[in-house]
Ligand binder design. Structure first.
Ligand code: HEC
Ligand code: HEC
Ligand code: HEC
Ligand code: HEC
Ligand code: HEC
Ligand code: HEC
Ligand code: HEC
Ligand code: HEC
Ligand code: HEC
Length: 466
C-alpha cells in the first residue's frame, strides 16, 4: 500500500471509529441502507422455506413466557418473509431500520496498553449483531434471550458504551438496532444477519514509517498454532458484567525505528471470509490506558492541539523548574520532537539534528556523545553548559594518570577558554597559548620555538619548570 492510500485508510479509520462511537446511544445517527443502491442484502441468499422451518421447529427455554415467545417467533417469520420473500416494498420497509451489514461483527471501542518494555495488550468489544445468545451463529435461538430482556432499557455511559452493571451489557447485546430499548424491532437484525457466523477475530499489525512502504498484508501477528496464518482470537461468549464480548490480546510490540508508529487491525472472521476491519494505533507508554479522546476531538478525530491536550496534563516541562513559555525556539511545540502514539524518544537526541543540523554534524565529527550529555534538559536546554558538563565525563585531565583538574593553574581548568563548543578539538594546540601567554612568543623563551607543548607536555597541567 502506498503512503497516500494509507492516509485514506487512516482517514476512513477516524471516521469509522467516530461513527461507531456516534452510533452507540444515538440511534438518530444510524445510517439507513438505501435498498435502491445497496445490493448486499438482495444478493444474500437465504433459503426462505428452510429458514421458516427452523423457526417453527425451535422452542423457547422453559422459563420464558410462552405467549411472548410465540409473538417473537411470529415476528421473526414475518421479518424473514419480508427480507427474503418476493415483495420489494416489504423489503424496503424492513431495511429502513436495518443495521449496516458491514458492521455486523465489527470490533468496536478498541483500546490498547503498551508498556515501555513493549508488552502490548489490545482490548476491544466484539459484536455480532443478531447473535443475542452469543453462540457465534445468528439463528432462531436468538429470540429467546431477546425475550428474557424484553422491554429493558439499556444504559450507556457518556461515550455511549453500555454500563457494566447486572445484565445491562447482555441486554445491550440484544438491542440489535441500538435504540436503547430491547423490543420487537430487534428482531429485524436477526433476520438481516440470518445464518451469519463469527468464529473470532484476526489480528494484523502494520508499521507506518516515514517512507512510502506500508503493508497490512504481510504484517500479521503469526498464529502460534500455524505460523502461516494470522492469529485468531476465538469467539467469546462471556456474559459476566464488564466482560461481555470483551476480547484482549497480548503481544510484544515489534521494535520501531524513530518516527514509526504501529497500527493494529482487528478483523472479524467467519472461518472463510474476513469482514470489515477496525484499525487503531498502538498507543505506547503512560498514555495507553487513556482513551483516545484525551488527545482527539471525537467528532472528526482531529488532534486537539498541544495546549488543549499535552499541556493540560504536562502543565510544566517534566524536569521541573520552569514554564513552557521559557522554552527556546520550538522547544515547547511537543510534536516537533515527540511523534504520535509512541511518545518516548529513543535515543533522546533523535530529533535535535532536524533543526540544529550544523551542530549535529560538528558533534558527530568530534565523536562526542550526543547533545543531552551536555545540555541535559531537552525542554529548557541550558545554552551554555559550564565546566561541570565536561568534567562529569572527563573526570581527570587526559593523558595524565592520577592528575586532578583542581591542580590546573589559572584558567587551565576552564574548558571553554580553549575548547569551542561543538568543535571541541583544538586545531592548533601550540598557537592557543598565545591568547594568554603572548610574552613567551618571539621572546627567546625556552629554546625560542613556539612549540610550547614540546617542553610543557600537557596543556591542562603544564609543568612550570619542565
Ligand atoms: C497522548 C495523546 C494521544 C492519544 C492518547 C491518542 N492519540 Fe492519536 N494522535 C496524537 C497525535 C499527537 C497525533 C498527530 C497529530 C498531528 O500530527 O497533527 C495523532 C494522530 C492520530 C491519527 C492520524 C494518524 C496519521 O498518521 O495521520 C489517528 C487516526 C489517531 N491519532 C487515532 C487515535 C486513536 C484511535 C487513539 C486511541 C486508541 C489515539 N489516536 C490516541 C495523539 C494521541
Ligand atoms: C490525560 C493526561 C495526559 C495527556 C493529555 C498527555 N499526557 Fe503525556 N503523560 C501523562 C502521564 C500521567 C504520564 C506518565 C507520568 C509522567 O511522565 O509525567 C505521561 C508521560 C508522557 C511521556 C513519557 C513517556 C511515556 O510514554 O511514559 C511523554 C514523552 C509524554 N507524556 C508526552 C506527551 C505529549 C507529547 C502529549 C500530547 C500529544 C501528552 N503527553 C499528553 C499524561 C498525559
Ligand atoms: C526539542 C525537542 C522536544 C520538544 C519540542 C518536546 N520534547 Fe519532551 N522530550 C524530548 C526528549 C529528547 C525527551 C527524552 C529526554 C530523556 O530521555 O532524557 C523528552 C521527554 C519528555 C517527557 C518524559 C520526561 C521523563 O522524565 O520521562 C515528557 C513528559 C515530555 N517530554 C513532554 C513534552 C511535552 C508535553 C512537550 C510539549 C509541550 C514536549 N515534551 C516537547 C524532546 C522534546
Ligand atoms: C523543531 C526544531 C528544533 C528541534 C527539533 C530542536 N531545537 Fe533546539 N532550538 C530550536 C530553536 C528555533 C532554538 C532557538 C534559536 C537557537 O538558539 O538556535 C533552539 C535553541 C536551542 C538551544 C539554546 C537554548 C537557549 O536558551 O538559547 C539549545 C541548547 C538547544 N536548542 C538544544 C536542542 C537539543 C538538545 C535538541 C534535541 C533534544 C533540540 N534543541 C531540538 C529549534 C529546535
Ligand atoms: C560536549 C558538550 C556539548 C555537546 C555534546 C553539545 N553541546 Fe551544545 N553547547 C555546548 C556548550 C559548552 C555551549 C555553549 C557555547 C557558548 O557559550 O559559546 C553550547 C551551546 C549550544 C547552543 C546555543 C549556542 C549555539 O551555538 O547556537 C545550541 C543551540 C546547542 N548547543 C545545541 C546543541 C545540539 C543540538 C547538540 C547535539 C547535536 C549539542 N549542542 C551538543 C556544549 C555541548
Ligand atoms: C557524556 C560524556 C562527555 C561529556 C559531558 C564531555 N565529553 Fe568530551 N569526550 C567524551 C568522549 C567519550 C570523547 C571521545 C573520546 C575518544 O574519542 O577517545 C570525548 C572527546 C573529547 C575531545 C577530543 C575531541 C577530538 O576530536 O579528538 C575533547 C577536546 C573533549 N571531549 C572536550 C570536552 C569538553 C570541552 C566538554 C565540555 C564542554 C566535554 N568534552 C564533555 C565524553 C564527554
Ligand atoms: C589552556 C587551554 C585548555 C584548557 C583550559 C583546556 N584544554 Fe583540553 N586541550 C587543550 C589542548 C591544546 C588540547 C590538545 C592537546 C594535544 O593535541 O596534545 C586539549 C585536548 C583535550 C582533550 C583531548 C585529549 C586527547 O588525548 O585527545 C580533552 C578530552 C580535553 N582537552 C578536555 C578538556 C577539559 C574537559 C577541559 C576543562 C576541564 C579542558 N580540556 C581545558 C587545551 C586546553
Ligand atoms: C585562557 C588563558 C590561557 C591560555 C590559553 C593558556 N594559559 Fe597557561 N596560564 C594561564 C594562567 C592565568 C596561568 C596562571 C598564572 C601564570 O602563571 O601566569 C597559566 C599558567 C601557565 C604555566 C605555569 C604553570 C604553573 O604551574 O605555574 C604554564 C607552564 C603555562 N600556563 C603554559 C601554557 C601553555 C603551554 C599553553 C598553551 C597550550 C597555555 N599555558 C595556555 C592562562 C592561560
Ligand atoms: C624548550 C623548552 C620550552 C619551550 C619550547 C617552552 N617553554 Fe615555557 N618554560 C620552560 C622552562 C624550562 C620554564 C621554567 C623556567 C623559566 O621560567 O624559564 C618555563 C616556564 C614557563 C612558564 C611559567 C613561568 C613564566 O615565565 O611565566 C610559562 C607560562 C611558559 N613557560 C609558557 C610557555 C609558552 C606559552 C611556550 C610556547 C610559546 C613555552 N613556554 C615554550 C621551557 C620551555
Amino acid at each position: 500500500m502506498t503512503r497516500t492510500s494509507y492516509i485514506i485508510v487512516v482517514m476512513l479509520l477516524g471516521l469509522s471509529i467516530v461513527s461507531l462511537i456516534a452510533c452507540q446511544g444515538a440511534p438518530g445517527n444510524r445510517v439507513a441502507i438505501d435498498p435502491a443502491t445497496d445490493t448486499s442484502l438482495s444478493t444474500k441468499h437465504v433459503d426462505l422455506a428452510s429458514a421458516l422451518n427452523s423457526v417453527d421447529a425451535a422452542g423457547a427455554l422453559d422459563d420464558l413466557d410462552a405467549d411472548l415467545y410465540a409473538r417473537l417467533s411470529t415476528e421473526l417469520k414475518q421479518v424473514l418473509i419480508d427480507l427474503y420473500g418476493d415483495d420489494p416494498v416489504a423489503r424496503r420497509n424492513r431495511l429502513a431500520a436495518a443495521v449496516p451489514p458491514s458492521d455486523t461483527s465489527r470490533a468496536w471501542a478498541p483500546q490498547c496498553t503498551s508498556t515501555l518494555s513493549g508488552e502490548t495488550t489490545l482490548y476491544f468489544r466484539g459484536r455480532h449483531v443478531g447473535d443475542y445468545n452469543m453462540d457465534g451463529l445468528v439463528s432462531v435461538s436468538d429470540i429467546t434471550p431477546l425475550g428474557f430482556h424484553f422491554n429493558k432499557n439499556v444504559t450507556v455511559d457518556a461515550d455511549g458504551f453500555p454500563a457494566a452493571n447486572d445484565d445491562n451489557e447482555w441486554a445491550a447485546v440484544t438491542d440489535g438496532n441500538e435504540d436503547l430499548l430491547v423490543g420487537i424491532s430487534d428482531i429485524t437484525p436477526i433476520g438481516q444477519n440470518w445464518d451469519s457466523r463469527l468464529l473470532g477475530y484476526r489480528i494484523y499489525l502494520g508499521i507506518a514509517g516515514t517512507d512510502e512502504s506500508f503493508s497490512w498484508d504481510t504484517e500479521y501477528q503469526p498464529n502460534p498454532d500455524d505460523a502461516g496464518l494470522p492469529y485468531s482470537l476465538a469467539f467469546s461468549d462471556s456474559r459476566e458484567p464488564s466482560q461481555v464480548q470483551l476480547y484482549s490480546y497480548t503481544f510484544t510490540r515489534p521494535a520501531l525505528n524513530p518516527g514509526e508508529t504501529l497500527w493494529a487491525r482487528i478483523v472479524p472472521f467467519d472461518g472463510t471470509i474476513e469482514e470489515t476491519p477496525t484499525e487503531l494505533p498502538v498507543v505506547e507508554g503512560a498514555h495507553a490506558p487513556q482513551k483516545c479522546q484525551i488527545c482527539h476531538v471525537v467528532t472528526d478525530y482531529s488532534f486537539r492541539e498541544v495546549a488543549n491536550s499535552c499541556q493540560l496534563c504536562h502543565a510544566t516541562p517534566p524536569e521541573g523548574g520552569g514554564a513552557w513559555t521559557e522554552a527556546p525556539g520550538m522547544h515547547s511545540m511537543c510534536l516537533s520532537c515527540h511523534t504520535q502514539h509512541v511518545f518516548t524518544i529513543d535515543p533522546p537526541e533523535t530529533p535535535c539534528g532536524q533543526c540544529h543540523s550544523t551542530i549535529a554534524s560538528a558533534v558527530a565529527a568530534a565523536n562526542m556523545p550526543q547533545c543531552l550529555g551536555c545540555h541535559e534538559n531537552s525542554h529548557l536546554p541550558n545554552n551554555s553548559p559550564g565546566n561541570a558538563a565536561c568534567t562529569t565525563c572527563h573526570t581527570e585531565p587526559p593523558g595524565i594518570p592520577g592528575g586532578n583538574w583542581a591542580d590546573a593553574p589559572g584558567s587551565h581548568s576552564n574548558c571553554a577558554l580553549c575548547h569551542s563548543a561543538h568543535q571541541f578539538a583544538v586545531s592548533e594546540p601550540n598557537a592557543i597559548c598565545e591568547n594568554c601567554h603572548a610574552d613567551k612568543y618571539g621572546s627567546g623563551h625556552g629554546d625560542g620555538s613556539d612549540e610550547c607543548l614540546s617542553c610543557h607536555v600537557s596543556p591542562h597541567l603544564p609543568d612550570d619548570e619542565p
